[in-house]
Structure formats: structure tokens, C-alpha cells
Design a protein around this ligand. Sequence first.
Ligand SMILES: CC(C)(COP(=O)(O)OP(=O)(O)OC[C@H]1O[C@@H](n2cnc3c(N)ncnc32)[C@H](O)[C@@H]1OP(=O)(O)O)[C@@H](O)C(=O)NCCC(=O)NCCS
Length: 194
Amino acid sequence: MLKILEEFDGKILPNVETERLNLRQRTIADAADIFTYASLPEVAYPAGFPPIEKIEDEVYYLEHVLPKSQAEQQLPSGYGIKLKGEDKMIGSVDFNHRHADDVLEIGYTLHPDYWGQGIVSEASAALIELGFTLLNLHKLELNCYDTNKQSQRVVEKLGFTLEARIRDRKDVQGNRCDDLRYGLLKSEWESAHG
Ligand SMILES: CC(C)(COP(=O)(O)OP(=O)(O)OC[C@H]1O[C@@H](n2cnc3c(N)ncnc32)[C@H](O)[C@@H]1OP(=O)(O)O)[C@@H](O)C(=O)NCCC(=O)NCCS
């Protein structure tokens, strides 16, 4: 169940709600919440970035790095994840790369206290629906390390297909691992969602 709560202005994705979640644009007011999970090695390393060392770095990222990359790649903003009725931001689900005019990549992270409850799957399903309806994308992609079994399970549940295994790359810590490339076509998503 996806409920769109405001008009889409063509740039910033509208605030939405799903069965259990509120999704809305992350701002610097969320930096302290985001820091609690983005500073954890078990969140950061599998997601492909070094753990954030101080809140100021997260503020800088939200204020400068994220808007710059969104502007350069013409990416619509992504979301922070909140449980309905709670104020704390517990994760994110984003369009993090543009591969073509109608092909975007998604990425996600979640505070470990909330892992295994289907939260990122629910949030990603909403982002995917917006990608194929509001943004009229043709395809969504996702990359993950082959060591990241949770993320592989999430993309499989979302209906993505494994398209390539790029062998013997290195993860962000320098350990050898394969890179997995997943894709989901709009037509496949439409067939699955009637
Ligand atoms: C990946 C991540 C976002 C998943 O979020 P989540 O809300 O816990 O995901 P879900 O609950 O929807 O699904 C997780 C699935 O992985 C499964 N899982 C958990 N540990 C697993 C393991 N070691 N091996 C295989 N599957 C595993 C769960 O059982 C669940 O599948 P199920 O619904 O069939 O039972 C979260 O673990 C995270 O933030 N990890 C660190 C950051 C990251 O890896 N980001 C993605 C980069 S590509």
C-alpha cells in the first residue's frame, strides 16, 4: 500500500507512507539519527562506504555531498525511513546512480536494531513503484557484494534478476569479492503487480 502525500514537483520525491513506514527526504536535522547507524561497520562496509566517524561528517554529506551528486547526475532525491508514529530516522532508500536517462540504481541501509522485519523491502518497493510510475523509468539496477546475503535476499524478494557477476573485485575494505549486478525492468514489475 503506497500513499503519496503531496504533489511531485519533478525533482524532490513526495513524502509517502506505506503500511508501516513514512518515507521522506533526509535533511541535516536527521544527521544525529543517521550517524547512529552509518557509523557502524556492519552497516557501512556492506553498503560500500567507510563508517562515518563524527556527526559533522554526516552533516557535511547531507548538506554538500549528497545534493552535489544528485544535481550532477540529475537524481531525484531519495528517502529516509521512519516507522509510523516514531520520529527517529532508522534508514535510507535512495536512487544513488544514474546509468541512463531512464535507468537508475537504488541503494539502501538500515539500523541493525530493525533488520529482518522486511522494512527495507517495504521501503524499496515504494521507491520502485515511484520510479516506474511517477518517474516513468524503464529499468532499475542494484549492485551488491556477493558477501552481502541479506541484500541479495532483499533484491530477490523485490523481483530483480541477477544479470552479472563481476569476479574478483575488492570491497571497500580491500577484501576480494565478486560484485553482483541486478536489474528489474518496468515490464517485469508491471507483470508482477497486475
Ligand atoms: C541489507 C539490509 C538493508 C536489509 O534490510 P532488512 O530490512 O533487514 O531486509 P529484509 O528484512 O526485508 O530482508 C532481509 C532478508 O535477508 C535474510 N537474511 C538475513 N541474514 C541472512 C543471511 N546471513 N543469509 C541469507 N539471508 C539472510 C532475512 O531472512 C530476510 O529474508 P526473508 O524475508 O526471506 O526472511 C540491511 O541488512 C542493512 O542495512 N545492511 C547493511 C547495509 C547494506 O548492506 N546495504 C545494502 C548494500 S547493497
